[in-house]
Design a protein. Structure first.
Length: 123
């Protein structure tokens, strides 16, 4: 019986975490790819202007710098993206018909109030 309860709890936790894991992974990939794309393009533009002898040393320096800066931060980026997606409030927006009906009711109430305040025509 404990095994069944454990499996059900694990399945429920897996479904709850998994439902938000996909968007978190997409966000993490975007967070990692955008700066690398921009910085990589800028670095390649700089490297085109260097002499061939300095180019090899420059690439080695950039690889070392990339490993030292980006690699230790990678787990934190994925964990941050996952936790943000996990604890994001999940509010459902009002259906279009409900919001339209509410606006219509407000307009009717406003018109009724204006009509009640307006003096009648002179007799």
């Amino acid at each position: 019986m404990m095994m069944v309860i454990g499996i059900l709890l694990a399945l429920g936790a897996g479904l709850w975490f998994g439902r938000r894991l996909g968007p978190a992974l997409v966000a993490a990939v975007m967070v990692m790819a955008a700066p690398l794309w921009l910085i990589g393009g800028f670095v390649l533009d700089l490297l085109r202007k260097l002499p061939a002898g300095l180019r090899r040393a420059w690439f080695a320096l950039l690889r070392a710098l990339g490993f030292l800066v980006v690699l230790p931060l990678t787990p934190f980026i994925f964990v941050w993206a996952f936790l943000v997606e996990l604890f994001r409030p999940n509010h459902r927006p009002a259906a279009p018909m409900q919001s339209a009906a509410k606006r219509t009711a407000e307009v009717i109430d406003f018109a009724t109030a204006r009509k009640a305040r307006r003096p009648g025509p002179p007799d």
